[in-house]
Design a protein around this ligand. Sequence first.
Ligand SMILES: O=C([O-])CC(=O)C(=O)O
Ligand SMILES: [Mg+2]
Length: 645
Amino acid sequence: MFSLNGSSSPSITVCGVSKSLIRRRIGAPLAVAAAASSNRKPGDGNAVLMETNLNGMRENAPAAPSPVTGKDFKSAAGNGVEDFYGEVDQSEDQHVTPWAVTVAGGYPLLRDPRYNKGLSFNEKERDGHFLRGLLPPVVISQDLQVKKLMNNIRQYQVPLQRYMAMMDLQERNERLFYKLLIDYVEELLPVVYTPTVGEACQKYGSIFRQPQGLFISLKEKGRILEVLKNWPEKKIQVIVVTDGERILGLGDLGCQGMGIPVGKLSLYTALGGIRPSECLPVTIDVGTNNEQLLNDEFYIGLRRKRATGKEYAELMDEFMSAVKQIYGEKVIIQFEDFANHNAFDLLAKYGSTHLVFNDDIQGTASVVLAGLMAALKLVGGTLADHSFLFLGAGEAGTGIADLIALQISKENGVPLEEARRKIWLVDSKGLIVRSRIDSLQHFKRPWAHEHKPVNNLLDAVKVIKPTVLIGSSGAGRTFTKEVVQAMASYNEKPVILALSNPTSQSECTAEEAYMWSEGRAIFASGSPFAPVEFNEKLYASGQSNNAYIFPGFGLGLLISGAIRVHDDLLLAASEALAAQVSQENLEKGLLYPPFANIRKISAQIAAKVAAKAYELGLATRLPQPQNLVECAESSMYSPRYHNYR
Ligand SMILES: O=C([O-])CC(=O)C(=O)O
Ligand SMILES: [Mg+2]
């Protein structure tokens, strides 16, 4: 007999023996996946059979016994049960138990983004997996699906609509999503990533459809291990985590910062080849100080002010311990878009116990250093021959400054303190100088050089006369005409990097940089700008965004089994990226190679990072692979569909 009324345990009669239906409450643990009578042979369709283990984690199951599908349940029950979820007879105030069998066949297969192929299921698969009639008759190739979707996406004029279309695709057909992203990376990067992801985070509550990633809020305090176990995957290699306090240059977006880990991890897969199932986006919700969000009826996060101090530290600590406990030593934890006051402390605190990497401090530093190494080929000299002025002395500013100083010190065999003298930082109070030292946050102190106070950027440019100007303050439109003109008056080819994101926060536009410098600026920006025509000449600018670094960097850590991040690994990544900039790129004014080749570039970066990890004794994957580039390339995820038996 089959019965299901939500409160009692359903059972079926199989070969005359009554058995309890083994079922899974959605999101809850289960011992074994169901096996029941079916007229299929053992092994049929097992390519997409999934089981749920004791921890509630999904994994590919071994062959047979024949899976039971929703359809089988009905026929096995033999009494025409239609009310699959026990809802029809229930009044709204009665409790029902949501349950699902964990087999991807028939309708559930079409609804499982990991395995769904849509119209690309071939005839045999449609027969073997109960798909007959669930799809229209046509069978099309993945390439045709890509063509169709690109046509559709291009019809949306509003960037956010393109973003939503891509997110819907990711939730519907994961391989197709990655095929699109990889094949059209230059066109789609600005859609799923910077700048559009910034707007998506701002409006995340209103556009929210399917939850993506793992939300860990103060409500989960004391239960984070349990929460991690709810995630359907057991093997995780990369976690990107934010607390939403400094999303790009847009400030505190609280729980809605989730768009960032989701976007960064889709780049880990598309650009670095890490399997999507091994990526875990996490948002830690400790509240938000953004009044607008707190008053927004569609806000998805905790409606309270941010926790700080002990309350914050304890939650982060519980998270970091739980991650190590469940995923082991070698999971990469990428901190993303934390506010300065937490970012430096978290990196320092966990740098010696976990494989942590702060993208805004270290990833940005590495990509900028690579751009500067390339720029030297255009402006001449070594790094030590240049002087650097930053607007912004937070994570990106001081992170980049640190890495430049380290490289100068290594290249010239001089102490760090001496190398630092080439580098000046301006914050909201003006030039960072010695007389301000007592009131400076610790990460700014190394940059407090002897100098009389200077109140603003323009005056700082005039007195320091830097050859390189770097914007990293998160505040838009701060490289004014006067600032750019001053740079151009001291330098034949002023190097100007406007790093803040998204486009609205860029220190100046590409057009402004070229126009105000009479076409002499060597310009790159964090958010992409289209090529600019000035005086009948076309100027292309590179995108100085950490997206060039973290996917390859992460891959390098993984293929070497590195257990800690070291600054020398960042330098290796910078050198590898700079080496990919061709003469042709430089002639066009590009400090970075095109994203179109990013998988090859990531493999080069990964190989150099891994080689350095071996050299420093940080690698645990032994013996060292002979050819690290090949190793990196061959371990990359391919978005091509698999054939199902
Ligand atoms: O996300 C990006 O485009 C770069 C980045 O890390 C940031 O601006 O925080
Ligand atoms: Mg960031």
